[in-house]
Design a protein around this ligand. Structure first.
Ligand SMILES: [Zn+2]
Length: 136
């Protein structure tokens, strides 16, 4: 029963989105460890939810993040502590809201679905408020 056998699982390469080549110098060992960690936790979540999802936004090098409309300057995507998953029907967001103890168990925090229509933002560090579900 390993995630490796799950063909729908998110891979590290999906998280890097090819940016690990162009921005190699920014991708420190700490960030690589963070990336492996979030991919592992999110795959566990998707397995529990029984859903497959694609990465709509993974790692954002700082220079790139600065060009993303509406992206926070201190975005956790920069440090490989956040991920956005495609969620057009909102089913994953809804599942997360209905299963907050699972997020707690896996060490994940969710941006409130009303602020993320069409995608689901998860992160591996608490926001300033410490709330499991937070407003941006
Ligand atoms: Zn995000």
């Amino acid at each position: 029963m390993t995630v490796r056998s799950n063909r729908a699982a998110i891979r590290l390469a999906d998280y890097y989105m090819g940016r690990d080549r162009e921005y190699r110098a920014e991708l420190t060992p700490e960030l690589r460890a963070n990336a492996r960690d979030i991919v592992k936790r999110v795959n566990r979540l998707l397995k529990r939810a029984g859903m497959a999802r694609k990465v709509s936004s993974g790692w954002r090098p700082a220079a790139l993040n600065a060009t993303v409309p509406g992206a926070a300057r201190g975005s956790k995507h920069i440090s490989c502590l956040a991920i956005d998953l495609e969620d057009r029907d909102g089913a994953l967001d809804a599942w997360c809201m209905a299963n907050l103890p699972v997020l707690e168990e896996l060490g994940l925090w969710l941006e409130h679905p009303k602020a993320t229509r069409g995608w689901c933002h998860l992160q591996t560090r608490p926001p300033g408020s410490g709330n499991r579900v937070f407003e941006p």
